[in-house]
Design a protein around this ligand. Structure first.
Ligand code: SF4
Length: 350
C-alpha cells in the first residue's frame, strides 16, 4: 500500500490544492485507520472552514416525475413503476411562498429541481423568472434541471444564478449499471458549460448503489481532478425506493460512508461537502461523525416547506446538542444538492 499523498503539498497547482490524484492514492486514504483518516480530514477542515458551522439549503421540487431518464435510484423516472405522483411545473407564486418559508427556517440557499432530461427554452424562461424572484428575497439560488447547452448556461448566468447542481452520481466504470439513457461524458459536458459561465458548481454522487470501494475512489477522483473543484460536493446515501431498479442493492456500511466524507474533505479542502439524501436514515451519532469528518452543509427537504416543521426542529435540536450554528449566505461561497424529501421521492441527481 502506498503512502497517501499529503493534501497540502504543492504540485504546481492552485494554492497547494491538488488536481492530480490517482485512484490508488484515494483507495489508500479510504483504507487508513479510521482515527487517522478522521484526524487528517478534521485538521484540514479547520484550516479552510469554521469548525462549528453548517450551511443549510432547502430544496423544492418545482416539477416532479415523468422524467424520460432511467436513473436506477430515482422514483421520478417514467420508466420505473413507483407510486410517485406527477406534478406539472409549479406556479411562480407557490415557489416564492416556499422560498419565504425556507428563509424563515434559516436556509440561506433555495434550490429548485425539475425532473427533466434537459429544459426546453420555454421552460427555462419560467425558471429564470423564479430565480429572479428568489434572489429578490435575499437568498442564494441553485437549480438542477438536467443537461444544459452552452447558451442555456449563459442565460442562467445572466439571470444571476448562484449554483447549478449536476451530480456525477458514481464512477465512470459503474455508470452503466445505474443509468443507460445518458453517458458519463454528457454529465461532464454540462458541468463544463456551467463552469465556463462562472456559475458555482454543485456536483457529487450517491453511495450504496452496489458500487465497490474502487468505484467510490474513482468517483472522488473525477471530482477532485477537475481543474476547479466543485464549490459544493453532495454525498448522498441511497435511499432505496420500491419499484426502482436499485431497490435491494447492496448498501453501504456507515463507517465506509463516513470514510468517504472524510476522503472528500481531504481531496477537496475548500469545497463544501454536503450531507444529502439518506441523512434522515442516519443516526444522530452518524451525522455528528460526518460533521467531524468534514461535512459542512445539509439539505432540508421540502416536507419542511409545509406548515409542519418537525424535521427542521429535529435538525436544529441536533445542531444545538453539537454546538453547531447554521452559517449564513456568503457572497458566493459554495455548494447545494439532495435529501430524501428534497425531490419528493429521493435524491434527484440530475
Ligand atoms: S435523477 Fe433526475 S434525471 Fe434521473 S430519473 Fe430522476 S429526475 Fe430524471
Amino acid at each position: 500500500m502506498t503512502q497517501a499523498a499529503n493534501p497540502n503539498q504543492n504540485n504546481g497547482t492552485n494554492n497547494g490544492i491538488r488536481h492530480d490524484w490517482r485512484i490508488a492514492e484515494i483507495e489508500d486514504l479510504l483504507a487508513k485507520p479510521f482515527n487517522d483518516l478522521l484526524f487528517e480530514a478534521h485538521t484540514l477542515h479547520r484550516q479552510y472552514h469554521p469548525a462549528n458551522e453548517v450551511q443549510i439549503s432547502t430544496l423544492l421540487s418545482i416539477k416532479t416525475g415523468a422524467c424520460p431518464e432511467d436513473c436506477g435510484y430515482c422514483s421520478q423516472s417514467a420508466k420505473h413503476a413507483t407510486e410517485l405522483e406527477r406534478e406539472r411545473l409549479l406556479p411562480i407564486s407557490e415557489v416564492i411562498e416556499k422560498a419565504k418559508i425556507a428563509r424563515t427556517n434559516g436556509s440561506s440557499r433555495f434550490c429548485m429541481g425539475a425532473a427533466w432530461r434537459n429544459p426546453t427554452d420555454k421552460n427555462l424562461d419560467k425558471v429564470i423568472e423564479m430565480i429572479t424572484e428568489v434572489k429578490a428575497l435575499g437568498m442564494e439560488t441553485c437549480v438542477t434541471l438536467g443537461m444544459l447547452t452552452e447558451q442555456q448556461s449563459q442565460r442562467l448566468k445572466d439571470a444571476g444564478l448562484d449554483y447549478y447542481n449536476h451530480n456525477l452520481d458514481t464512477s465512470p466504470e459503474f455508470y452503466g449499471n445505474v443509468i443507460t439513457t445518458r453517458t458519463f461524458q454528457d454529465r461532464l459536458d454540462t458541468l463544463q458549460h456551467v463552469r465556463d459561465q462562472g456559475i458555482n458548481v454543485c456536483s457529487g454522487g450517491i453511495l450504496g448503489m452496489g458500487e465497490n470501494t474502487t468505484d467510490r475512489a474513482s468517483m472522488l477522483q473525477q471530482l477532485a481532478n477537475m481543474p476547479q473543484h466543485p464549490e459544493s460536493v453532495p454525498i448522498n446515501m441511497l435511499v432505496q425506493i420500491e419499484g426502482t431498479p436499485l431497490y435491494g442493492a447492496d448498501g453501504i456500511d456507515s463507517i465506509e460512508f463516513i470514510r468517504t466524507i472524510a476522503a472528500a474533505r481531504i481531496l477537496m479542502p475548500q469545497s463544501q461537502v454536503r450531507l444529502s439524501a439518506g441523512r434522515h436514515e442516519m443516526t444522530d451519532e452518524m451525522q455528528a461523525m460526518c460533521f467531524f469528518a468534514g461535512a459542512n452543509s445539509i439539505f432540508y427537504g421540502d416536507k419542511l416547506l409545509t406548515t409542519e416543521n418537525c424535521e427542521t426542529n429535529d435538525d436544529l435540536a441536533l445542531f444545538q446538542r453539537l454546538g453547531i450554528t447554521p452559517s449564513q449566505a456568503e457572497a458566493h461561497s459554495s455548494e447545494p444538492a439532495a435529501d430524501e424529501d428534497m425531490f419528493k421521492a429521493e435524491a434527484c441527481h440530475h
